[in-house]
Write a protein that binds this ligand. Structure first.
Ligand code: NAD
Length: 467
């Protein structure tokens, strides 16, 4: 496809309820066989997944390009390569993560030894969004497999080409009683949610997160919700503006702003606003050229509904950069929007597109007040060279995770649990956290048999003063 085309493959067919019911039943039976409890089985299947992904790399790049013009480098760095790294690290450390962990004894239980055993929940359901259609489905899946669960994965119907490739990869290489893909949109997801699963891992919008949590409550199924929100990038007057501009521009317009942890809006100190806007405009030019529509490195909006929703935001405020749109190719230029208020629609919901509103604050106290007056965001980015100010802001704002003097990069460190809080979700994953999230911690005390003090047994008589 040419850089300015946007293809729309037809959405995947819905999956019928009976098929889903049978599938979950088959997975239940397979899980009961105990096969997935062996670490060697898990490793073998993870290695198989590694191989299958390698074989399909180009097909995945092409699929994501077809779905929304995702540049190949971004598809590698933020999707396929990212998943391959997670797989590699999981295979490297799985033995250690899965070992029973001994903890300190309590004196009262003397003599004893205490261990935490990790065990899989059973059959897991993983529901993914469209914006990182491979990574956000596969990374949780790696955690689920590592922990020894069977899994049903549901890709987003809005990226149908990627959904089809993932379905093919899994179907041709894994037995469905262990690992299965169910394609489809809302009806298929609703059929899935009416089944009893042992763990649900959902990535998507806050609104659908509530539907998923309600369905999970029906069966008391534990779940992780990776949701969205309006993540601020705060720029203080003492920040390195050149660096801040470059890192904000990259984080915002990566994937055309369709990133859950993209800076949603800018909160900047009045004194440096003009310079920051100018530097961001300059970065946009450097990254995507004078006409970003011709750039091979700039994605498109995923569908017409989102294209029209985002175009509507451009009616308010003052466009300082970009602002151009092209409906047939669902192109929206990287846009900086000045003179925006919290009453404008662009500030009333998560933007999830290449529009960066700029709001000024007098000082950092005001920035803290603004952030805390809204739902706890998934991410927060703070640009400042003052260490004390950094600590102050970290202490008094509440958010899922974030960076000081950067954007997005916190999720690339597998040692940092990644997830939201409040409106942006619950639970976290990546690296060992992914293994932990799909494992139940079974606490077991092994009591010695050579001593049995009679103190705890009735009749208690006058023992209270002795305790
Ligand atoms: P979405 O909630 O519309 O869809 C997510 C999944 O839920 C899809 O598989 C979809 O088929 C299914 N779904 C949609 N409506 C449903 C319904 N009524 N009942 C049952 N299932 C339904 O989200 P999206 O548009 O695909 O993704 C964008 C959202 O996801 C944004 O809010 C973004 O911030 C968030 N997100 C969060 C993270 C994270 O890691 N926290 C990552 C990416 C995206």
């Amino acid at each position: 496809p040419t850089p300015h085309s946007a293809q729309t493959a037809s959405p995947p067919a819905e999956t019928d309820e009976r098929h889903i019911r049978d599938l979950v039943q088959k997975q239940r039976t397979f899980f009961s066989s105990g096969k997935t409890l062996d670490i060697s089985f898990r490793k073998e299947r993870l290695r198989q997944l590694q191989q299958v992904i390698r074989q399909h790399e180009q097909e995945l790049f092409d699929a994501m390009f077809a779905d929304f013009h995702k540049p190949e480098l971004e598809s590698y760095a933020t999707e396929v390569g990212f998943v391959e790294l997670e797989l590699k690290q999981t295979l490297q450390h799985l033995h250690k993560w899965a070992r029973p962990r001994r903890v300190k004894e309590s004196f009262i239980n003397f003599p004893s030894r205490s261990y935490i055993h990790t065990e899989p929940y059973g059959v897991s359901l993983i529901i993914g969004p469209w914006n990182y259609p491979f990574q956000l489905l596969l990374n949780p899946l790696i955690g689920s497999m590592a922990a020894g669960n069977c899994a049903v994965v549901k890709p987003s119907e809005l990226t149908p080409t990627t959904s089809a490739v993932v379905a093919k990869m899994i179907r041709n290489n894994f037995e469905e009683e262990y690992l299965a893909v169910v394609e489809g949109g809302v009806p298929s997801t609703q059929h899935l949610l009416s089944q009893r699963f042992d763990y649900i891992f959902f990535t998507g919008s806050t609104q659908v997160g509530k539907i998923v949590m309600q369905a999970a409550a029906e069966h008391l199924t534990p779940l992780t919700l990776e949701l969205g929100g309006k993540s601020p990038a705060i720029v203080a007057e003492d920040a390195d503006l050149e660096l801040a501009a470059r890192r904000i521009t990259w984080g915002k317009f990566l994937n055309a702003g369709q990133t859950c942890v993209a800076p949603d809006y800018l909160l900047v100190q009045e004194q440096v606003k003009e310079e920051l806007i100018q530097r961001i405009n300059q970065c946009i030019g450097e990254f995507y050229g004078s006409d970003p529509m011709q750039s091979h490195d700039y994605a498109r909006i995923v569908n017409d509904r989102h294209f029209h929703r985002l175009s509507g935001f451009l009616k308010d405020g003052l466009v300082r950069s970009g602002g151009q749109t092209d409906a047939p190719s669902r192109y929206i230029a990287p846009t900086v929007l000045d003179q925006v208020t919290w009453q404008h629609p662009v500030m009333q919901e998560e933007i999830f597109g290449p529009i960066l509103p700029v709001i000024t604050v007098e000082n950092m106290q005001e920035a803290i007040r603004v952030v805390n007056a809204h739902e706890k965001p998934l991410a927060l980015y703070f640009f400042s060279s003052n260490k004390e100010q950094q600590q102050h802001l970290l202490k008094y704002t509440h958010f899922g995770g974030g960076c000081i003097n950067d954007t997005i990069s916190h999720l690339i460190n597998p040692n940092l649990p990644f997830g939201g809080v409040g409106g942006s979700g619950m639970g976290s994953y990546h690296g060992q956290n992914s293994f932990d999230v799909f494992s139940h911690q079974k606490s077991v005390l092994h009591r010695g048999t050579w001593l049995d003090l009679p103190l705890r047994y009735p009749p208690y008589q006058n023992r209270l003063p002795m305790l």
